[in-house]
Design a protein around this ligand. Structure first.
Ligand SMILES: *Cc1c(COP(=O)(O)O)cnc(C)c1O
Length: 257
């Protein structure tokens, strides 16, 4: 009855074929659900182009300017709504934070007028809308191409350090360390994190290193990430010329400018 897929799979840094998924859902007559948590606000796509998918779920804390986690944007087709109506679902009208009674709008009308002035829930919704407006002002296509541009810079730099990149995601680089450091991924990540440099290991074996660039779309920020990663690798005995890596990055950005 249902099929589920993550659009951009952040664990491994792979972008899944959402059109293939949608087509398969139509072919087999099932309702598709898609996790767009790490693609909303990063990739350039229209959910209406994938009619096999009846429900989309995302979040505000990633590509939507990393807002604090409060309300999660979702979208349902009428078919999915009919199913939820039939089966029922939880409501959050009395939840102390979500407090849905204060902002729910059904058929263009407020669900309930608030009994007293309470700021959190309605302001969180306003902040979410403001973040979407900022993204639209930046330009959705522009944002998507900026991610690709900066991801390519980071990818090139870690490859110059001898790493092998296995991801194809514009907001994240997943890599294997070069031969000499192979097997020390966890150790390297822990060391980097202890220095306040937030990179991650992959969640599954064999462990790889993940470096995210969400919302860090400037040459200065990518340069800082590359420099810190180079230091972490060198501290563990990697052999490459950091100055050469940094110069190569500089000329990548100079060429584009
Ligand atoms: C981050 C992420 C989630 C879960 O987000 P939380 O941090 O647990 O709220 C789910 N799916 C994908 C694809 C993600 O990248």
């Amino acid at each position: 009855m249902w099929a589920f897929m993550a659009h951009w799979e952040t664990g491994s840094g792979r972008v899944n074929d959402v059109k293939g998924f949608s087509d398969a859902c139509l072919k087999h007559g099932v309702m598709g659900i898609c996790d767009a948590v790490s693609s909303l606000g990063v990739g350039d796509f229209n959910i209406d182009d994938y009619p096999g998918i009846v429900a989309w779920a995302s979040c505000p804390q990633k590509g939507v300017l990393s807002l604090p986690l409060t309300y999660a944007p979702v979208s349902f087709t009428d078919k999915a709504i009919e199913m939820v109506k039939k089966r029922g679902c939880r409501t959050y009208v009395h939840h102390p934070i979500l407090d849905a009674r204060h902002w729910g709008i059904v058929d263009g009308k407020d669900v309930d007028a608030p009994g007293y002035h309470q700021t959190h829930s309605c302001y969180a919704v306003a902040a979410f809308h403001e973040a979407l407006r900022i993204i639209l002002g930046y330009g959705r296509a522009r944002k998507a191409s900026d991610y690709k541009y900066h991801e390519a810079a980071l990818r090139q730099a870690v490859e110059a350090m001898g790493c092998e990149v296995t991801s194809d995601m514009p907001s994240l680089v997943v890599l294997n360390l070069p031969g000499k450091l192979a097997g020390k991924e966890k150790e390297l990540v822990q060391g980097a994190r202890a220095q306040g440099f937030g990179i991650w290991p992959t969640l599954s074996e064999p462990v790889q290193v993940r470096i995210g660039i969400l919302n860090q779309l400037s040459p200065e920020q990518i340069t800082e990430i590359v420099s810190r990663f180079a230091d972490a690798m060198l501290a563990m005995g990697a052999e490459f010329d950091k100055a050469q890596v940094m110069n190569q990055l500089k000329s990548y950005y100079a060429k584009a400018a």
